[in-house]
Design a protein around this ligand. Structure first.
Ligand code: NAD
Ligand code: DAU
Length: 339
């Protein structure tokens, strides 16, 4: 049985990835997560007693803690998702983005090489390519032109991963994915925020004129894409992953209101995000041609299923919004002490 260490496994994509891999493979899985505001172990409640799974609370920027975790976990492979992930927060304060996304990635690479990790998948973003006009899509050869502190820190981490491969021959692969949606997404991001506000009858804040375009992929498809790259990808390569589902923000918001059963009077056009990227769109031809990956979900089905999940799990959102989820670690693991 292979042992895979996932960083950021208590976050949105990380928790979906752990669920996905446990359901489809017989791998041993370790989750290294610092439990920032975005880390929620309640996402993993249904697998915490699975003997194939183990949690380590550690900060990727803390070299000693990472070293100790790798010593105990002894992973064959690492899937690196831990990051500060929200653009608006990076506008307010870029420093945690530099510490986690840049320094943390290098600390992890160094420890991984020291501990003989065979393979390292770095989960990155299409935002490193910057912004598109009305035409064209991002390919893996598009120039790296990040526009926000978040995307700049992710681009820097991509370069550190690339350098580890080039300089040390370390087996790294990079994925660059478009906007994810699905269960367990922190309600600071567009879709869960709008669903939660619509369900509560609160205003829906749309930045600028709402004409910015994102290419949406269901998180389950992203997880399958990451697993495909981990198992079948080529060392040193970059793979774009996209959803073939470009939509303007205002169209997404209107559709969400229909699905929740609320009216457009809740929409408020608010001050735009500084430096707001206009359009993202992924050309996923390489990963389709070389690894046979295409997304399964249509946006229409995926969005309806997602709204249903947030309706069925309103308590999850309420606990996140009240902060109650942050007590879960102490309740569940307090007796273990910190690592
Ligand atoms: P998230 O914010 O929901 O989760 C991030 C996780 O990382 C949390 O569990 C948090 O506790 C953990 N973390 C943060 N700093 C840490 C640190 N210093 N040490 C250890 N753990 C730490 O993020 P997400 O949306 O699940 O994104 C996961 C990854 O995927 C990120 O690298 C992000 O850049 C990338 N990505 C996200 C999207 C998207 O649409 N959400 C799209 C493409 C790529
Ligand atoms: O493209 C991949 C990226 O997608 C990931 O790398 C990031 O981690 C992830 O957060 C996401 O970035 P975005 O900035 O595109 O996602 P966000 O959900 O914050 O915003 C989506 C769009 O909706 C964007 O054009 C801004 C707009 N928006 C967002 C919020 C939170 C609003 O109009 N109102 C809002 O309140």
């Amino acid at each position: 049985m292979k042992k895979v260490l996932v960083t950021g496994g208590a976050g949105f994509i990380g928790s979906n990835f752990l669920h996905y891999v446990l359901a489809h493979r017989d791998y041993g899985l370790c989750n290294l997560d610092a439990l920032t505001y975005a880390g929620n172990l309640e996402n993993l409640r249904s697998i915490e007693d699975d003997e194939r799974y183990r949690f380590f609370k550690a900060d990727i920027a803390d070299a000693e803690a990472v070293d100790e975790t790798l010593r105990q976990a002894k992973p064959d492979c690492i899937v690196h998702l831990a990051a500060e992930s929200h653009v608006d927060r990076s506008v307010q304060d870029a420093r945690p983005f530099v510490t986690t996304n840049l320094l943390g990635t290098q600390v992890l690479i160094d420890a991984a090489m020291r501990h003989g990790v065979e393979r390292f998948v770095h989960v990155s973003t299409d935002e490193v390519y910057g912004s598109l006009g009305p035409e064209g899509r991002f390919s893996e050869d598009s120039p790296i032109q990040p526009n926000s502190p978040y995307s700049a820190s992710k681009a820097g981490s991509d370069f550190l991963v690339r350098a580890a491969h080039h300089t040390h021959g370390f087996d790294t692969r990079i994925t660059r994915c478009s906007n994810n949606y699905g269960p367990y997404q922190f309600p600071e991001k567009l879709i869960p925020l709008m669903v939660a506000n619509a369900m509560d009858g609160e205003p829906l804040p749309v930045y600028g004129d709402g004409q910015n375009v994102r290419d949406w992929i269901h998180v389950e498809d992203h997880c399958r894409g990451i697993l495909t790259v981990l198992e079948d990808g080529v060392a040193g390569e970059v793979y774009n992953l996209g959803g073939n589902a470009e939509r303007s923000n205002i169209d997404v918001v209107r559709r969400l209101l229909e699905l929740v059963g609320k009216g457009e009077e809740l929409i408020r056009f608010v001050k735009d995000r500084p430096g707001h990227d206009q359009r993202y769109a992924i050309d996923g031809a390489k990963v389709e041609r070389e690894l046979g990956f295409t997304p399964n979900w249509t946006f229409e089905d995926g969005l309806a299923a997602t709204v249903q999940w947030y309706r069925d799990n309103a308590e999850w959102t309420a606990r996140v919004r009240s902060g109650a989820y942050q007590g879960y670690y102490e309740e569940q693991y307090g007796h273990l002490g910190s690592q």
